[in-house]
Design a protein around this ligand. Structure first.
Ligand code: CTP
Ligand code: CA
Length: 223
């Protein structure tokens, strides 16, 4: 007979997860965004919850469902809103997983009214968004921290630098070279990078299975 502890090893733990894209307003009817579906973050939330963790899911615009009695979902639009909700909740978290595809820049001055079509060219000035993951990595008392990285060249080299800069315990490198991986797809191919720059390569598989691999690795390393 399996005891409850081995089936639900994360009972009593709190996990904060960011997921999905962010939308940054250009004017009242337009935005800058990206093609993130939120599927990977949703799969991670479901997997952490199925292991007994209480999940705070801070989700950008996404139609993906995440119904589970242990998941508290907070829907946000912008990077700034995501940042604010992360910092409202981060102090109670034992784990934090940052899978959101946060917009790196936002329009510096969103127009109050719809921008009318006039000149042949239009320039929109952008300003950097806060780096949510890096801001948590810099905290003194921080949860066990898992970040994601998407690279299109020198993947490992860039990912190592990202892990160090953002102070992650585990970095999930999304392979963009693989046909089955990426935005909107149901499968993903990842490489995990730990604090010692040790790498663990996984096969292409459904995002639900990728989530199991990541969560198993987290459990192995923290319990
Ligand atoms: N991230 C974040 N806040 C941002 C940008 C990124 O929390 N403003 C997080 C992502 O959720 C991810 C990690 O940082 O976990 C890496 O995101 P990525 O876009 O790969 O890296 P960047 O640091 O934004 O660098 P670049 O896009 O230039 O490669
Ligand atoms: Ca980025």
């Amino acid at each position: 007979e399996k005891d409850i502890e081995s089936q639900l090893p994360l009972v009593g733990k709190i996990c904060l997860i960011t997921a999905g894209p962010t939308y940054e307003a250009i004017d009242p009817v337009r935005f800058i965004g990206n093609h993130s579906s939120g599927k990977m973050g949703a799969a991670l939330a479901m997997e952490m919850a199925s292991k007994g963790a209480q999940v705070i899911l801070i989700m950008g615009p996404s139609h993906v469902l995440t119904d589970h009695h242990l998941i508290h979902r907070i829907n946000v639009k912008t990077a700034q809103e995501m940042y604010d909700h992360v910092h409202e909740n981060i102090n109670e978290a034992d784990y934090a997983i940052f899978s959101a595809a946060v917009a790196d820049y936002k329009p510096i001055n969103p127009a109050d009214q719809k921008i009318k079509k006039k000149s042949e060219t239009l320039t929109i000035q952008l300003v950097k968004n806060p780096d949510i993951l890096a801001s948590v990595g810099a905290m003194k008392n921080r949860p066990y921290l898992v970040g994601f990285a998407l690279e299109t060249e020198n993947e490992l080299e860039h990912a190592f630098a990202k892990a160090e800069k953002k102070n992650t315990d585990l970095l999930v490198l999304n392979s963009t070279r693989d046909k089955g991986a990426g935005f909107g797809k149901d499968t993903n191919k990842i490489t995990l990078i730990d604090r010692n720059q040790k790498t663990f390569v996984f096969d292409t598989k459904p995002k639900t299975e990728v989530a199991k691999d990541i969560v198993n690795e987290i459990i192995k390393r923290t319990l």
